[in-house]
Ligand binder design. Structure first.
Ligand SMILES: CC(C)=CCC/C(C)=C/CC/C(C)=C/CC/C(C)=C/CC/C(C)=C/CC/C(C)=C/CC/C(C)=C/COP(=O)(O)OP(=O)(O)O
Ligand SMILES: O=P(O)(O)OC[C@@H](O)CO
Ligand SMILES: [Mg+2]
Length: 247
């Protein structure tokens, strides 16, 4: 069955490499957000990923792993999000690491749980931009062109506009979204309060909040209320991935 992320409006991204107190984790998992994504661009290990997964599993919120390092692929997540960097200058980050992963894991790969994400990495100062040698200076037309290749040619279910660490150009994000036909647009980067959450949510399908969890928990929690309003159910249900939500 095709996994459906179609109803997710808000996702928290937790970094296994960063300490998180139990009370903070509880607030995040009970916030009413649609899912927790575990991932980071550096320092992610098998051990710190297992540890974080087991702590999140005390709650019922859906929990997915965004795979950034083959050594840190841990069984037991609901889904495995597989980044493929569209605007990298090195094919390793588009398909190379992935091919090696398939060689290594072979028949053990639960393909039905894998979800490709076509990443557009746009903050030149982020670790992810440096690691992947991304061409970050794209204008809106170029970004939209990459997105259409991923959406219309490659049929990727998610285009992820990634400004990790800074709030991005919302006009560019809007232009990217306008040209998509089937893919869902995830936006992440610099969302830290209700206002930035609303602005990002107005031009994307799903917003992702990361750093604010660690720097300003109340601000981070306000992003959930800003985009989900009255539909918050307490965040305790792990619901179903197979919903029929629409864009
Ligand atoms: C038994 C079992 C469960 C098996 C699982 C099988 C499985 C899932 C196999 C893997 C299949 C597969 C094809 C895997 C891909 C492997 C891989 C390593 C691909 C490369 C991914 C990639 C392009 C990584 C580059 C970095 C990146 C885009 C990371 C995404 C996360 C991200 C951007 C985090 C932001 O980082 P942050 O920490 O906030 O840092 P900065 O802000 O400083 O950038
Ligand atoms: O950490 P921030 O800047 O919120 O970005 C969220 C996410 O897109 C990072 O991969
Ligand atoms: Mg981060």
């Amino acid at each position: 069955m095709k996994q459906s992320l179609q109803s997710w409006r808000h996702v928290f991204k937790l970094d296994p490499d960063r300490p998180l107190e139990d009370e903070v984790l509880e607030a995040i998992c009970m916030s009413g957000s649609d899912a927790v994504m575990v991932g980071g661009s550096s320092g992610v290990t098998y051990e710190n990923t297992v540890d974080l997964l087991s702590r999140i599993r005390r709650f019922e919120i859906p929990c997915v792993l965004e795979v950034s390092d083959l050594e840190a692929v841990v069984p037991g997540f609901d889904l495995y999000m597989i980044p493929m960097v569209l605007n990298t200058s090195r094919s390793d980050w588009l398909v190379g690491q992935h091919a090696r992963a398939v060689e290594q894991y072979g028949y053990m790969i639960p393909w039905e749980l894998l979800v490709p994400e076509g990443y557009l990495v746009l903050n030149p100062d982020s670790t992810v931009a440096r690691v992947t040698e991304a061409t970050t200076g794209l204008d809106a037309a170029a970004a939209a062109a990459y997105a259409q290749v991923a959406d219309k040619l490659l049929q990727m279910p998610i285009i992820y506009v990634e400004y990790s660490g800074t709030f991005g150009d919302m006009e560019l994000v809007a232009d990217v979204r306008r040209c998509l036909e089937g893919a869902r647009l995830f936006y992440g980067g610099g969302i830290h309060d209700a206002e930035t959450a609303r602005r990002a949510a107005a031009v994307s399908d799903t917003i992702v909040v990361g750093n604010a969890i660690y720097s300003d928990l109340q601000g981070a929690l306000s992003t959930v209320r800003a985009v989900k309003g009255n539909s918050i159910t307490g965040g305790s249900s792990n619901g179903s991935f197979y919903g029929s939500g629409s864009r």
